[in-house]
Design a protein around this ligand. Structure first.
Ligand SMILES: NC(=O)c1ccc[n+]([C@@H]2O[C@H](COP(=O)([O-])OP(=O)(O)OC[C@H]3O[C@@H](n4cnc5c(N)ncnc54)[C@H](O)[C@@H]3O)[C@@H](O)[C@H]2O)c1
Length: 260
């Protein structure tokens, strides 16, 4: 009978799984880490900002979760290799990677320097490649793995002042589809999430007046920004076996912004 079978597994149960989350110190990365740990995963918090990660780690430990903080600039191969090595040393395997860390500095296209263009590409796109490749090399050994790449609605629609960012996010979606084809036979799934406008420390540092903030809500049918936890819910679903027939997919979580 429904509800009476004690052996029915919990929805999106991650007990026994090991997950790495990049950019785990703040915003969506923090919410993702707490969500995955709450579902039973052991979580590695990777970020350039370890002080913020330590605060997230405290929250996870208070809720009786297990985690590890590792300093990592995901645009640097040596740092990425170190995250993988530390994860294996502490937890012995990698089941889930949430590629989340990214930057979004506004800059007019005509003034955009080659250096700044490459900085965004190196962190947002090359960083996801390095992390995904290093983790997938471990995942193939166990013939299973799950990668969730946080892209953006900027992969679907353009944004003034963010040509480098839009290029990086479009690249993430295209790369993820190619990875999904190659890695499906090895038991590894790769899916993307395209968040819309989400309240995070990153978006709060963007300088704009109240009028501009209101104008930004105009194209969003739900007339509000999303919460980091609303992205974390989608991450949990994609990271769990509940999404077992999904790979190469893009899940848009944007309050209807790009539906029109
Ligand atoms: N907030 C939004 O509205 C929004 C919308 C769509 C997509 N996104 C994407 O979601 C992701 C998270 O965004 P957020 O708003 O939570 O960001 P945030 O700025 O609030 O937090 C980002 C975290 O990433 C870390 N980080 C930055 N550079 C790093 C690097 N080189 N290596 C490792 N860690 C690094 C920062 O220290 C920080 O802890 C990003 O990829 C962003 O592009 C955000």
């Amino acid at each position: 009978m429904f509800g009476q079978n004690k052996t029915t597994p919990k929805f999106c149960d991650l007990k026994g799984k090991v997950a790495i989350v990049t950019g785990a110190g703040k915003g969506m990365g923090e919410a993702d880490s707490i969500k995955l740990a709450g579902a039973g995963a052991k979580v590695v918090l990777a970020d350039i900002d370890t002080a913020s990660c330590e605060k997230v780690a405290e929250k996870i430990k208070q809720a009786r979760g297990e985690c590890l903080v590792v300093k990592c600039d995901q645009s640097k191969k040596a740092d990425v290799e170190n995250v993988v090595a530390e994860t294996l040393k502490k937890f012995g395997k990698i089941d889930i990677l949430v590629n989340n860390a990214g930057i979004y500095p506004f800059e007019p296209f005509l003034q955009m320097s080659e250096e700044n263009f490459m900085k965004v590409i190196n962190i947002n796109l090359k960083g996801y490649f390095l992390m995904a490749q290093a983790c997938a090399k471990e995942m193939v050994k166990q013939k299973s793995g799950n990668i969730v790449n946080i892209a953006s609605v900027a992969a679907i629609i353009g944004f003034s002042g963010l040509a480098h960012y839009c290029a990086s996010k479009g690249g993430i979606v295209a790369m993820s589809k190619a990875m999904a084809l190659e890695l499906a036979p090895m038991g590894i799934r790769i899916n993307c999430i395209d968040p819309g406008s989400i309240d995070t420390p990153g978006t709060h540092t963007m300088e704009m007046d109240e009028k501009t903030r209101e104008a930004m809500l105009a194209p969003i049918p739900m007339k509000r920004n999303g919460k980091a936890e609303e992205i974390a819910n989608a991450v949990l679903f994609l990271a769990s076996d509940e999404s077992s027939y999904m790979t190469g997919s893009v899940v848009v979580v944007d309050g209807g912004w790009t539906a029109g």
